[in-house]
Design a protein around this ligand. Structure first.
Ligand SMILES: *[C@@H]1O[C@H](CO)[C@@H](O)[C@H](O)[C@H]1NC(C)=O
Ligand SMILES: *[C@@H]1O[C@H](CO)[C@@H](O)[C@H](O)[C@H]1NC(C)=O
Ligand SMILES: *[C@@H]1O[C@H](CO)[C@@H](O)[C@H](O)[C@H]1NC(C)=O
Ligand SMILES: *[C@@H]1O[C@H](CO)[C@@H](O)[C@H](O)[C@H]1NC(C)=O
Ligand SMILES: *[C@@H]1O[C@H](CO)[C@@H](O)[C@H](O)[C@H]1NC(C)=O
Ligand SMILES: [Ca+2]
Length: 285
């Protein structure tokens, strides 16, 4: 029963796409890109405001110029460009599949984006005024003619905020290097979706989430006061651990802290968080 439910949810996470939705379709060119897409509303990305974007066939978005790079670099890379990567890898839409995009300033898609954001970030009460949907539908990997990989990157913005949704459908296993998440200029902000650095495990994207919706990841990316401050805020966390390791032994706490960190990062906290142990008490066995 619950598996059936999750399958339905996974299919329902995609926003409308393709020619049926009126999308503009990228040319079928290996390592190609869209033309420059002027944005009808500016998009705020960690303090920089962009008026244009490119949808690159190899699975990612760039703002200042198109990119034909088919081997992703690992985030954080401290490069000189902002990148939003649904799944940056060597895709090839000559072999199979469609890469397309569209922006919206009214209608059902806007309503849905507003609902999604207010569900995932429940204390904000925001109204979306602009949505950009880029879709890679059933696209093959380069040299792997029979593969089909489907995912979406949705940008959502309103008066003073911006968000990204990543939606994952069926993702074929690949030997090509992969990377999903985002990375900013100089890597002041970045996020790597767990499991997206090894093509053997990349199919798990369909089931993973930081917002409790299998296949969907959501990030706030305006970098405004609300979220840049949280970078340095002390976040309270109280956990109760049962461990058979003696945590007072050298090194043991480090292992446990790393495991807790991995869990928190899955829920959307930045990789840069540092956990420190305040107090440790050894209970009598
Ligand atoms: C969002 O828009 C609706 C309808 O226009 C309006 O009633 C509501 O007050 C707006 N909310 C915010 C937070 O601006
Ligand atoms: C947007 O601006 C309004 C008014 O300045 C403020 O009340 C609100 O908290 C802001 N929203 C965010 C998400 O920063
Ligand atoms: C990135 O780092 C370089 C070298 O430190 C610096 O010159 C540049 O201003 C930084 N760029 C931004 C946007 O912070
Ligand atoms: C990916 O995982 C497979 C299976 O565990 C492993 O053999 C391979 O070395 C890994 N590749 C990378 C790049 O980590
Ligand atoms: C995703 O979850 C479903 C349902 O539990 C399972 O059948 C499927 O194998 C999982 N897929 C991956 C790629 O883990
Ligand atoms: Ca390619």
């Amino acid at each position: 029963m619950s598996e059936f439910f999750f399958l339905l949810v996974a299919q329902a996470i995609f926003y409308p796409f393709g020619s049926a939705a009126g999308d503009t379709i990228n040319a079928a060119v290996d390592d190609g890109s869209s033309s420059v897409i002027p944005l009808s509303n500016p998009f705020l990305f960690f303090g920089r405001t962009y008026q244009q974007i490119y949808v690159n066939n190899n699975g990612y978005l760039t703002f200042n110029q198109p990119s034909s790079q088919f081997v992703p670099y690992s985030f954080p890379a401290s490069r000189s460009q902002d990148v939003i990567a649904g799944l940056w890898t060597d895709l090839d839409n000559r072999l199979r599949g469609v890469v397309s995009y569209q922006q919206y300033t009214s209608g059902n898609v806007l309503t849905r984006a507003t609902q999604d954001i207010n569900t995932h970030f429940s204390n904000l009460y925001l109204n979306s005024s602009w949505v950009f949907v880029a879709t890679w539908n059933k696209v093959a990997y380069f040299n792997l003619n029979n593969t089909e990989t489907s995912f979406q990157v949705v940008l959502i913005s309103g008066r003073n905020f911006s968000f990204i949704l990543m939606n994952y459908g069926d993702i074929a296993v690949t030997g090509h290097p992969v990377q999903a998440g985002y990375d900013t200029i100089n890597s002041t902000h970045y996020f790597v979706i767990p499991g997206s650095i090894n093509g053997s495990f990349v199919s798990n994207l369909r089931n993973s989430s930081n917002v409790n919706v299998p296949g969907q990841w959501a990030f706030r990316v305006d970098g405004g006061p609300g979220n840049s401050k949280s970078k340095n805020n002390v976040v309270g966390l109280r956990v109760r651990l049962s461990s058979f390791m003696d945590l007072t032994q050298n090194g043991s706490t480090e292992i446990v802290l790393q495991q807790i960190k991995q869990e928190l990062v899955k829920y959307g906290l930045p990789n840069s968080i540092e956990l420190k142990l305040r107090k440790l008490q050894k209970a009598k066995p």
